[in-house]
Write a protein that binds this ligand. Structure first.
Ligand code: ADP
Ligand code: MG
Length: 278
């Protein structure tokens, strides 16, 4: 039909962006997946996903509840098995890159029902470096305290983790990730259920990591902060819906494709308007 033939090129580009397979990842891509399928039962939670997360960037993984976001991160880390597909961390299989990754799990999935001191939680991030049989040197203990300081939790080092608020616990998990001196930081909904001050503290630390040349990939649920916080966005609903720079990819069309009818049209319009104004 004639109207279709004369569509402006931007519309065609957006459609292509959704349909096309991404280019082959460069060796310095912190995280890339090809044909990743993960299944807990008969129905895949993540189906044939291609994704490429850029270096020196903050990337958001976005999608509705149950879309497979946490599953995608866990499969990337190798903590749950893949049914098929490949994951490359800086161009190598996960086994060769484990010490370059730090992971902050979804907070709700961690249950501290035994007494553990905050400083010990952070030092867990250092065990991989010291070796299981190695002793934590004074230097390592100092490093753990320094990482707590970076997230504003230095005064809580000797408290029990279970006695902290959710936001304080989240800061401690971030301190543990910092202690790992990783090149790729994977965080699962780091801002979920935290207060505004903690959200600010976390985003400041993540932006600093990016400025140091690290890659940060967050599962993120708050669509209103995507444009402020992130450079790159990956939209998923079991399958890959779209990925690319926030400017060109975080569009009403792609959000509709990701959430189906589950987001109010007015909300999507607001996000799209915010985008065209910025
Ligand atoms: P998201 O993080 O996007 O909310 P998840 O990756 O946690 O989604 O879950 C994707 C799908 O896989 C959901 O349907 C969820 O119920 C299912 N799922 C997640 N973890 C498990 C598990 N351990 N066993 C069985 N099903 C699971
Ligand atoms: Mg999740």
């Amino acid at each position: 039909m004639a109207p279709t033939m004369t569509r402006p090129s931007m519309t065609i580009a957006a459609q292509d962006g959704r349909a096309a397979r991404p280019a082959t990842p460069a060796p310095d891509n912190p995280l890339a997946m090809r044909g990743l399928t993960v299944s807990y039962g008969e129905k895949p939670a993540v189906f044939s996903v291609d994704a490429t997360f850029p270096a020196r960037s903050m990337s958001a993984i976005i999608g509705p509840n149950g879309a497979g976001k946490s599953t995608l991160l866990k499969a990337a880390l190798g903590v749950i098995p893949r049914l098929s597909g490949d994951v490359l961390i800086f161009g190598t299989p996960i086994d060769q890159a484990r010490d370059r990754i730090a992971y902050v799990p979804q907070r709700a999935s961690v249950d501290w029902d035994f007494p553990t001191m905050v400083i010990d939680v952070v030092q867990m991030g250092l065990y991989r470096k010291v070796g299981l049989l190695g002793r934590l040197s004074g230097q390592m203990a100092a490093k753990a305290r320094d990482c707590l300081d970076r997230v504003g939790m230095a005064d809580f080092a000797d408290r029990q983790i279970g006695q902290l608020s959710g936001g304080q616990q989240q800061r401690v998990f971030l301190a543990r990730a910092l202690a790992q001196d990783a090149d790729l930081y994977l965080l699962d909904e780091p801002f979920a259920g935290v207060d505004a001050a903690t959200e600010r503290a976390i985003i400041d630390v993540l932006k600093l990591l990016k400025s140091e040349g690290k890659a940060v990939v967050c599962v993120h649920h708050d669509l209103s902060t995507v444009r402020d916080y992130f450079d790159h966005v990956f939209l998923i609903n079991v399958r890959r819906i779209a990925e690319g720079p926030v400017e060109t990819t975080f569009t009403a069309e792609n959000l509709n494709a990701t959430y189906g009818g589950r987001l109010a049209a007015t909300h999507i319009d607001e996000l799209a308007i915010a985008g065209s104004a910025s």
